[in-house]
Design a protein around this ligand. Sequence first.
Ligand code: MG
Length: 382
Amino acid sequence: MVQTISLLGSTGSIGRQTLDVCREQGIRVAALTARNSIDLLEQQAREFRPQLVAVNELEAALELAKRLAGLDVEIAYGLDGLRRAASLPESEAVVTAVVGTAALWPTMAAIEAGKRVAFANKETLVCAGELVMDAAKRYGAEIIPVDSEHSAIFQCLQGSRDRGEIKKLILTCSGGPFFGLSREEVGKKTKADALRHPNWAMGEKITIDCATLMNKGLEFIEAMRLFRVTPDQVSVVIHRQSIIHSMVEFRDGAVLAQMGTPDMRLPIRYALTYPDRGASQLPPLDLLSCPPLTFAPPDLEAFPCLRMAMDCARTGGSSCAVLNAANEEAVDLFCREEITLGQIPDLVARALDAVPCVSRPAMEEILDADRRARECVKEAVK
Ligand code: MG
C-alpha cells in the first residue's frame, strides 16, 4: 500500500472519489492539480495540506496563491506545474484523473520518475499506449489501471505469471442509456438524454462516450495495450447490471470474473493499496437482492463508434490516436450543442479517412495525427 500520492485532476469525479479513498485509508496527498475549479481546489488544499498545488492558467494560480496565503503550500501552473506534481519525490504513486490527451505529458513525467501510476485516463493509453507501456518497463514504473473493467482484469490476473495463459479478456459493457435502439434513434438523442447513465455516476465526457459506446471502444484498445494481447484476444459483452466488471478466460477453460457494486472507489482503492486490499466502509454486494445477470452481444450497427474502435485496434499505428482525438473534438462540439449525437461517429469516420495512418509512430507522429484529426473535425463543422 502507498502512503503518499500526487493527484492530477482532483476536482473531477475520479479525483473527488480518490480523496474519499485517501480519507478512508489515511493516505497523504502531497500534490493536487485541477484545471480551473478554484473553489473546490481551495477547499481540498485546506483539508489535505499538500505541499504543491497546480492549476492550468497563471491567473488562477495568482488567485489561489492569494486565497491560500496563510498555508505552507507552493502554487504552480501550466504544464510545468503538472509535471512537477507528477514527479514530486515525496509521492510514491500518481493518480492520473485528468480527462483527455492532456494527461500524456504528466503521465510520462510520472513514469520517468519511476512512480506507481494509478491510471484513470484511458485517452493516453489509446493514443500512445505502446510508448507509455515501453517507457514504464524502461523506468520500472508500475502501471495499475483504475478503469473498472481493466482493474477487474488486473485483479483476475493476480497469480497468473505467464501471459500465454490468457485466452481472452472479456470486457463487460452496460450498454449505456440507449441500449436496444437503432442507429437512427440513437442519433437523435439530446445531451440531457445522453447524460442519464443507468449505473455509473461519472464526468461529462465519459458519460457521452458511454452513450455512443465509444467508451467501450477506447477500453478495447486500452485493454490491448495494458495487458499486451492481440485484438482477437479482446471481446465485449453487454451486461446491463454492471455487477461483473470484466472477466478473463484462461487456456484451461477457467473464466474468472470480478464482481461488486458499481462504485469507482473500489478500483481506486485497489490501485493504491495493491498488492493488499484495504477495508471498505460501503455496503458489500448483496447477491440475493441482485437482479438476474444477463449477457448479450453488442450491436455494432447501432453503435458504429465501437466498431470503428475495434477496426482501429486491428489497424494499429496512429489510427487509434486519430480515433481518440476526433472523438474528443466531436464530443466537445456535442456538449456545446453544436452537433447532434449522430454526427459524432460521422465526424470520427471522416477524420479516419482524411488522416493517413503511420505504422509504429513516434511521439511526434502521434501528436501530429492528433492535431490533424482535431483540425479535420473542426473544418467539417464550419
Ligand atoms: Mg470503464
